[in-house]
Design a protein around this ligand. Structure first.
Ligand code: ACM
Ligand code: ZN
Length: 434
């Protein structure tokens, strides 16, 4: 509440005060930016604002494997989340193109798997010529000390960092140092660009694979206080599993039907392990394909995500919505943009509702919220990440925070005009053609 001579902020918990401060800062900055001549004291209009978020999961994801971003940028990204009252940072730390988190038990993961042949001068999807010597190496990783610093930095802004360690697929980089955990045991290179189909995945038949992954997760659990650990689970091509004697033996021993069920069995091993450490597993929606595991939380991304969400909530699982035509911010913002796949305009993001129309109230309660995903195949620089994320992140913030009856796109656009002035003031790159 802003009165003539005082401002009162009240909330049930500390995060509410923090969000109130963000609103106040926006009003102050809008006042500064609205005046060509700044008169002190600054004035903001008397008002009464009562506010609360619609969803508990208001997230942004960042892929640091396809391109690596140092901790100063990660902090800048977290600052952006904070000013948008977002509360989850989903950190995609491992993928075919580089392992980015120090694991003390396996130093080779960062020494070898964090680096690839530098072919940055070539488009992402034409980097598969083995005879191209490249320009040295490309890569990087976060030390555990840096990870702790980021987790604390985020927590100070009421943001939870959810780490993602990809398995069983999107794991080719690991086989540059640990080929024994793949089906064929063949030493591979860290992919310098597009790797598709991504056939080399963790072997589900070897017990050593699980020992390795659990040892990694033990360190991850220590570093991240988040209740949730994301274990990927997406796009695991099963070609090798079909041919692998170890995987086939596992299917027999566990009386599974096929490789789809083997994937579910794989995820269940990890889910049980996480549960024994009081953590919850999140996976991309492929984790439901071979039979869903109780207590898993599903991140729905394929298509409009509704079918996966329905299957999951009917089994009593929670879901987070990030369907790719709506909330993948690597998609173009308009036809002229570089970017992956189709076009996702600001308006399309804004109008997205995470709760499918035909969901009952009980089903809707399982929808924790939504998040924007920033896959960085086509984003080699910090400026390009900012450009693709903004201002779609602002639309995401509103669709996760604001109740439907208060959403209004023309009104959002008016307010966005002020917000982008704040981006400019903070030297943040954004797409101004929205
Ligand atoms: C994904 O986009 N592969 C989750
Ligand atoms: Zn195998």
């Amino acid at each position: 509440m802003v009165e003539q001579d005082k401002i009162i902020l009240a909330a049930e918990a500390a995060n509410g005060i923090f969000y109130g401060m963000q609103t106040l800062l926006q009003m102050l900055l809008a006042e500064i930016l609205g005046n060509s001549k700044i008169d002190l004291p600054l004035q903001i209009p008397c008002c009464f604002i009562e506010d609360k978020p619609r969803f508990g999961w208001r997230g942004m994801h960042l892929d640091v494997s396809r391109h690596f971003f140092g901790i100063n940028f990660i902090k800048k990204y977290i600052d952006l989340l904070a000013m948008h009252k977002l509360n989850v940072f989903h950190w995609h730390l491992t993928d075919d193109n580089g392992w980015r988190i120090e694991i003390k038990k396996y130093p080779e993961l960062t020494k070898t798997c964090g680096w690839r042949k530098n072919l940055e001068h070539l488009p992402w999807n034409v980097r598969d010529n083995p005879n191209d010597p490249g320009n040295g190496i490309y890569g990087g990783f976060y030390t555990q000390k840096e990870i702790k610093e980021i987790v604390k930095y985020a927590a100070d802004r009421f943001i939870i960092v959810v780490p993602e360690i990809e398995m069983p697929g999107h794991s080719r980089e690991v086989f540059a140092a640990f080929p024994q955990f793949s089906c064929r045991g063949e030493k591979l290179t860290v992919a310098p660009g597009g790797y598709w189909p991504n056939v080399d995945i963790f072997c589900a038949g070897k017990d050593e694979t699980f020992e390795f992954l659990k040892n990694i997760l033990l360190e991850v659990i220590e570093l991240f206080p988040s209740q949730y650990i994301h274990i990927g689970g997406d796009e695991a091509n099963k070609t090798r599993w079909k041919e692998c004697p170890f995987c086939q033996q596992r299917i027999k021993d566990e009386k599974l039907k096929d490789v789809k069920e083997l994937q579910s069995w794989f995820i269940k091993q990890i889910a049980d392990f996480l549960q024994s450490k009081n953590k919850k597993l999140i996976g991309w929606d492929e984790i439901i394909d071979g039979g869903l595991i109780e207590d898993a939380t599903v991140m729905c991304w394929r298509g409009d995500g509704i079918e996966a969400a329905k299957t999951a909530v009917q089994k009593g699982c929670d879901v987070i919505m990030c369907p790719n035509p709506y909330l993948y911010f690597d998609w173009k913002q308009n036809e002229n943009d570089k970017g992956a796949f189709g076009v996702t305009t600001l308006e399309k993001v804004y109008n997205y509702d995470p709760v499918p129309q035909d969901f009952s109230q009980t089903e809707a309660r399982h929808i924790l919220g939504a998040q924007g995903n920033v896959w960085t195949e086509w984003m080699p620089s910090e400026a390009s990440v900012e450009y693709m994320a903004l201002p779609r992140m602002s639309a995401l913030a509103e669709l996760t925070w604001t109740f439907l009856e208060n959403k209004n796109y023309p009104d959002f656009l008016k307010r966005l005009d002020k917000l982008v002035d704040i981006f400019s003031l903070k030297k943040i790159n954004f797409n101004s053609e929205f």
